[in-house]
Design a protein around this ligand. Structure first.
Ligand code: PMP
Length: 441
């Protein structure tokens, strides 16, 4: 058997007259060299730019392309405070490898086919139990597994939005949501906020919208949290006006100081569409998120999800279910919460030390984003450019602005989850120097 396996994996080399040997490396497979496709000089070029659909031309895509460009230059020496994912040292690679191997050994080919449309039952069960632990009522049958919560947002948008429909979001909101709603033809409007959350008077004046998209536990980018009473008022407004509420709980389980957030909006009203993800608290590469929706919406969402990708990887769903069944999540969360707390605190101390006193920020109680409010004399774009020149990458608040005419909070988003405390301190120092240079200039 060993011989066959060595042969199959290319480790054997035989020479007539000398014998058969085991190589140190498997034989290199020569890759065929690709030929350039037929050049456009040989036929009339297709006018692609005029053929792009209106939906794909939404301005949100240009913004996201810019975010990607920023992230690409962020490799290497730059302190990168833009990446919304756990740093490599915070990924549970060894524990996950064990789960994946166990699934391959015990579940075998059952895990290698297409998965059920709604998701693998053992995973849906675990997710429901986890939600109940967090105070969100759920049964396994209510849970729809999606390929990241990004796909959840996409299917919800496609199920609800007709071109021209109004979708209201926080005034500075998640770029991926701007992109998805925009690509589905929605007219996005940003609701102003006070210390408790979205301004109710503004909403009452605006009246009915197709949907209200919110991140109540920590808004990406501002870190704002919506108070308990304001959540209830928002639910009442949505019921009165017939507006769908979409609750994006991407920071679920990422409390840094032990204080639980107010009850989820989904816990207050079973008509709320609730989305969450394993990308932030576990492993982004799983591409596993999930959603809860009103029962009457489920068939549409399942059909749209299935039409998009024919299912989320069954292999990874089984491996994730194994991870959760073994109880690995609790210990992992303890570890990363402690690390995030340490990073947040190190960044706060350094920001206090190095940023001009006119710049305000608040330490977040959950998640990994810090919002820096800038005074009028500091333009976020200018600070971003100067900071990049000085070796630290931050995200200018303009990226998240829903309505460019109305504006929104002026600031910078810093993500502290992916860099060590020492690098965060260095990042704060470089950012402070950039602000000094910009305000003097
Ligand atoms: N919602 C928010 C607020 C996010 O920041 C992200 C990712 N950055 C997502 C949803 C989507 O994440 P994923 O598709 O990895 O679950």
């Amino acid at each position: 058997r060993a011989y066959t396996e060595l042969e199959r994996s290319g480790f054997l080399s035989s020479t007539v007259g000398r014998g058969t040997f085991v190589r140190a490396q498997p034989a290199a497979v020569a890759l065929p060299v690709g030929r350039a496709p037929v050049s456009s000089a040989e036929r009339a070029p297709i006018p692609w730019s005029s053929m792009i659909s209106e939906r794909a031309r939404t301005e949100g895509f240009a913004r996201v392309a810019r975010v990607q460009r920023i992230a690409r230059v962020g490799r290497g020496e730059l302190v990168n405070l833009t990446k919304m994912e756990p740093g490599p040292d915070l990924l549970p690679d060894e524990l996950f490898r064990r789960c994946l191997e166990h699934v391959m050994r015990t579940t075998g080919t059952r895990a290698l086919g297409y998965a059920p449309h709604e998701g693998v039952p053992r995973l849906r069960e675990r997710i429901a139990a986890d939600l109940v632990r967090q105070g969100v009522p759920a049964r396994a049958d209510d849970v729809l597994v999606t390929s990241g919560s990004q796909q959840g947002l996409d299917v919800v948008a496609r199920a609800l939005v007709d071109p021209g429909d109004v979708v209201i979001s926080q005034a500075a909101t998640y770029t991926g949501a701007i992109q998805i709603f925009g690509a589905n033809g929605a007219r996005l409007m940003g609701v102003p906020a006070d210390a408790e959350g979205p301004d109710m008077a503004w909403l009452r004046h605006a009246g009915r919208a197709k949907a209200l998209y919110l991140m109540p536990n920590s808004c990406n980018p501002t870190g704002e949290c919506i108070s308990g009473p304001r959540r209830e008022a928002l639910i009442a407004w949505a019921r009165e006006t017939g507006t769908a509420v979409i609750e994006d709980d991407f920071v679920a389980d990422l409390e840094l100081d032990g204080a639980a957030p107010p009850p989820a909006m989904r816990a207050l009203d079973g008509d709320v569409i609730y989305l969450s993800t394993f990308s932030k608290k576990l492993i982004p590469a799983l591409r596993i998120g999930f959603l809860l929706c009103p029962p009457s919406l489920a068939p549409q969402l399942v059909a749209l999800k299935h039409a998009t990708d024919l299912g989320t990887s069954g292999l990874l769903q089984h491996a994730l279910a194994e991870f959760l069944e073994r109880g690995y999540l609790a210990a992992h969360l303890n570890r990363i919460r402690g690390q995030y707390r340490e990073r947040r605190d190190a960044l706060c101390v350094a920001l206090k030390k190095y940023l001009p006193p006119s710049v305000r920020f608040r330490a977040p109680t959950r998640g990994t984003t810090m919002w820096i409010e800038l005074p009028d004399d500091l333009d976020p774009e200018a600070v971003f450019e100067e900071a990049r020149r000085r070796g630290v990458l931050v995200s200018p608040g303009t990226l998240y602005r829903v309505d460019r005419a109305v504006g929104g909070p002026s600031g910078l988003r810093l993500v502290f989850g992916g860099e060590s405390p020492a690098r965060l301190v260095e990042g704060a120092k470089r950012l402070g120097a950039a602000m000094d240079a910009v305000s003097v200039g």
